[in-house]
Every structure is written in structure tokens, then in C-alpha cells.
Design a protein around this ligand. Structure first.
Ligand SMILES: [Fe+2]
Length: 244
């Protein structure tokens, strides 16, 4: 705001100076357009959705996506940018910021990272199309579960056990072992030294408009829109750290 005010003052000063110059000379010259101050780029920007806001329906409605992405995620982003500026934080790597921050900065940076992982792992809904993980991720899951359905049942059960707001995760470590994890609020496997693969938002804003209090129904339906190619790539590139 101060930069903008200064720019306006300078513009005004140039105009007065130019007017004065014109009155002293007989030749009137066109004045160059005044330069406008560019607003400073925010430290962190909003990520783009890789699909239309209605693409996940009916598993997740357009109304929920618009509210979730357009209001909740934007709210975390705006608060994070405000805190980063106020505290003169130079870190611009979101994963490192999450790993080494605490308090309100962790809460908002964690939520931005968690939602990035969440929204990027879905693909548009297609009636009747159900896929399963393939390749190395499938092999890793089958080292711990007798089949994919057993994994899904265990994952959904863990999601039902989260008390209050939080996240349900499939994560891995450098060795490639897999973990089903539960975190509260903005918690993430990143702070445990693990790499998130699948992030399911258990905050009510993620499902309440569509499923009311039926969280289990939401978890049962969400398999229909998981993009296992994205999740599989996160697994295969785990040595490089968090893959967004
Ligand atoms: Fe959320």
C-alpha cells in the first residue's frame, strides 16, 4: 500500500512538473505514461487443479470442490503468506518449511502441502471405472496385505478411527516399506521422515456437504477417483523426497 501511495504521489508530481514545463515553453510535448508499481509477488502461490471443479462428482460434488479449494485452501495460503511476510521468513520450499516450522506457520504450511497432495491425486470420475495400483507400489502393498481389498479395508478402518479433524495417509520410507498413518489437524508424515503417497482429508469440510456425518461412505466412495498413476509415481520417486 505504501509503494502504491508513493507511486501515486510520484505520478502526481510528474503531472504537476509536466504542466509547469508546458506553461514555461511554447512547445507542448506529450508526457510519457507514468510507470505503475507492480504488486509484490506473494511468497507462495495457489496451485492449479488438474481437472474441472465438477470432474470428481458424484464422489465429491462441485459445490464441495469449490468451497474446499476456493475458500479453505485459499484461506490457508493467504494466512501462510501473511505470516511469512510478517516474520520475514526466507524459506520458499514448502516441504522444508513444513519440516522445520511450528505453531501457526506449520499449521498453514502443512495444510497447503497436504491439500496439494490431496487435490493432485484425483482423476475425473468415470462411471464403472475402478483401478488399482500397479507395479512397484502394488508389490509393496502386497507384501503387507493379502490383496488390495484387504489394504482398502484397513485404510478405511483407520480413517474411521481419527477423532476430530485430521488426515489419513498411505506413506513410505526410503526402504519402500508402506505405512497407513493418521494425523490430526495439519499433521503430515513429512515430519516423521516419511514420504506421503496418498492423502485423504478427514476434516469435515472435505465431505460434510455431500455425505453429512457418513465419513465411512465417503471413504468407501473415494477409491473411484484415486489416480493410482500419480500415487505410484510418488512411490517410485520416494528417494527424491515428497513428490507433488
Ligand atoms: Fe481440507
Amino acid at each position: 500500500m505504501r509503494i502504491r501511495s508513493l507511486a501515486l504521489l510520484l505520478t502526481g508530481a510528474l503531472a504537476i512538473s509536466s504542466l509547469s514545463a508546458q506553461t514555461k515553453t511554447t512547445k507542448a510535448t506529450a508526457t510519457a505514461p507514468a510507470a505503475t508499481a507492480e504488486p509484490a509477488k506473494p511468497p507462495f502461490q495457489l496451485f492449479a487443479l488438474p481437472y474441472a471443479t465438477d470432474a470428481l462428482a458424484p464422489v465429491i460434488s462441485q459445490r464441495t470442490v469449490k468451497l474446499h479449494y476456493g475458500k479453505h485452501v485459499v484461506g490457508y495460503l493467504d494466512k501462510l503468506n501473511k505470516l511469512v511476510r510478517e516474520n520475514d521468513i526466507k524459506e520458499r520450499d514448502l516441504v522444508r518449511l513444513v519440516r522445520f516450522s511450528s505453531g501457526a506457520i506449520f499449521d498453514n504450511a502443512g495444510q497447503l502441502l497436504n491439500h496439494l497432495l490431496y487435490f493432485k491425486q484425483f482423476r475425473p470420475y468415470e462411471a464403472g471405472r475402478v483401478t488399482e495400483p500397479q507395479g512397484a507400489l502394488r508389490a509393496a502393498l502386497l507384501r503387507s496385505y493379502k490383496d488390495f481389498d484387504a489394504f482398502k479395508a484397513d485404510f478405511e478402518k483407520a480413517g474411521g478411527e481419527i477423532f476430530g479433524s485430521g488426515w489419513l495417509w498411505l506413506s513410505t520410507d526410503e526402504a519402500g516399506d508402506i505405512y497407513v498413518e493418521k494425523t490430526s489437524n495439519a499433521g503430515t508424515p513429512v515430519t516423521r521422515g516419511r514420504v506421503p503417497l496418498l492423502a485423504i482429508d478427514i476434516w469435515e469440510h472435505a465431505y460434510y456437504l455431500d455425505y453429512e456425518n457418513r465419513r465411512a461412505d465417503h471413504l468407501r466412495a473415494i477409491w473411484q477417483i484415486i489416480d493410482w498413476e500419480v500415487v505410484g509415481r510418488r512411490y517410485e520417486a520416494r528417494a527424491k523426497g515428497v513428490q507433488l
